[in-house]
Design a protein around this ligand. Structure first.
Ligand SMILES: NC(=O)c1ccc[n+]([C@@H]2O[C@H](COP(=O)([O-])OP(=O)(O)OC[C@H]3O[C@@H](n4cnc5c(N)ncnc54)[C@H](O)[C@@H]3O)[C@@H](O)[C@H]2O)c1
Length: 346
């Protein structure tokens, strides 16, 4: 008998990355594929030879019929709350796509459902599981550039998706910036205190709403995190992981979001511009699994061994709070405070 009997719900674009990642995990079997459009589920079944999995359009019926104990939620953001709460109430663990929810009310209900069920609900925040970000964080943690004061992220891509993103509100902040904001928490080791955000849809945008945004966050350790992003910026694209500049008391570190990391520190004690020297970049052990597989293996292994996975909902809701506070700030034109109850989320 396998450890995990998995129902995957939402068989669209990203579900391919999930099935690919899961295929190598020993003791995991896909027992059901659910989509409001069952043709999508059938297509996924054929593509990955998942003949043992049942096909359906109703998650509740599928869970009852298959005796699943794990749900992979790859639906669109609007459906995450309903899918997650139903799965938890039916006794399943859930690993779901980002963003957790379209608003904080839904997210808090999901958190409560996880706590009441005693099951694990974790979020696919795959940009934490990349070798360069682990190395960059280690550089900052080593204080090679001194105590961190400022962290900037630039995200500029011309991404032509089609589909739900073209029509949704706050598309960049809600569907993409969650990754960058979560990366900022990961890199700075801090939680957000406040945000001021300006969001707009630039002329020429092929999105309906909010393809560009700039946000300034005050973080709990005094660090200021600046985000500048656009999903409708053609030319000289940054990586999907953002281009980062971190400034510390003694130096500066850059990560281009790909493989290039550099740091330079002050060594001189005299003159207008003091003498600088490149700092060594730490080696970190290569991750066994990266991206989607990194999160998935951490969650599956954690549930089996009773550990808390890194992207557990009680932590991830703090990154989601950055998104929704930024949206509120952009909507009201005011700086928003972000408050947490560390025991129980927000
Ligand atoms: N982690 C990442 O790097 C990453 C990358 C891309 C997308 N995503 C996220 O994955 C999610 C899905 O994105 P996508 O690009 O695959 O979208 P998509 O539109 O290609 O696929 C979504 C699928 O969900 C189905 N669906 C919608 N509502 C449903 C419901 N209530 N029950 C069952 N099925 C339902 C749709 O029919 C569709 O087949 C989004 O939350 C998105 O933000 C994450």
């Amino acid at each position: 008998m396998e450890d995990y009997r998995v129902v995957l719900v939402g068989c669209g674009g990203i579900s391919r990355a999930w099935v690919n990642a899961a295929q190598e995990y020993a003791g995991l079997k896909f027992v059901g594929l659910v989509d409001v459009n069952p043709q999508q589920a059938r297509q996924l079944q054929t593509e990955f030879h998942l003949e043992d999995a049942s096909i359906g359009a109703d998650l509740g019926e599928m869970l009852a019929a298959t005796g699943a104990n794990m749900v992979f939620d790859c639906t669109i953001p609007k459906a995450h709350a309903t899918v997650t709460i139903e799965a938890l109430q039916r006794g399943c663990h859930v690993l779901g796509e980002k963003p957790m929810a379209e608003n904080m009310t839904q997210a808090n209900k999901m958190l409560a459902a996880a706590q009441q069920s005693g099951k694990t609900y974790a979020v696919m925040q795959n940009r934490r599981y990349l070798d360069p970000i682990v190395r960059f964080r280690e550089l900052l943690r080593s204080q090679a550039i001194g105590v961190l004061t400022t962290i900037n992220a630039d995200f500029y891509l011309g991404a032509h998706f089609g589909g739900f993103r073209d029509a949704m509100e706050h598309v960049l902040l809600l569907d993409m910036a969650i990754h960058s904001f979560d990366q900022a928490r990961y890199l700075s080791g801090a939680d957000p205190l406040s945000v001021y955000c300006h969001e707009w849809n630039p002329s020429g945008s092929w999105y309906r709403h909010g393809a560009s945004a700039m946000a300034i966050f005050e973080m709990s350790n005094g660090v200021v995190f600046n985000y500048r992003g656009s999903w409708c910026a053609e030319g000289l694209n940054t990586s999907w992981e953002c281009a980062w500049r971190a400034v510390g008391e003694k130096g500066t570190a850059l990560w281009d979001g790909h493989d290039s990391i550099n740091a330079e520190c002050v060594v001189g004690t005299e003159g207008f511009i003091r003498e600088q020297q490149f700092a060594p970049i730490p080696d970190t052990p290569k991750l066994a699994h990266v991206g989607h597989a990194g999160v998935m293996y951490d969650v599956l292994d954690s549930v089996k061994s009773g550990r808390t996975p890194q992207t557990i909902c009680t932590d991830n809701i703090k990154s989601l709070a950055m998104v929704h506070a930024a949206i509120e700030s952009a909507t009201t034109g005011k700086k928003m405070m972000i408050e947490f109850d560390n025991e129980h989320g927000l």
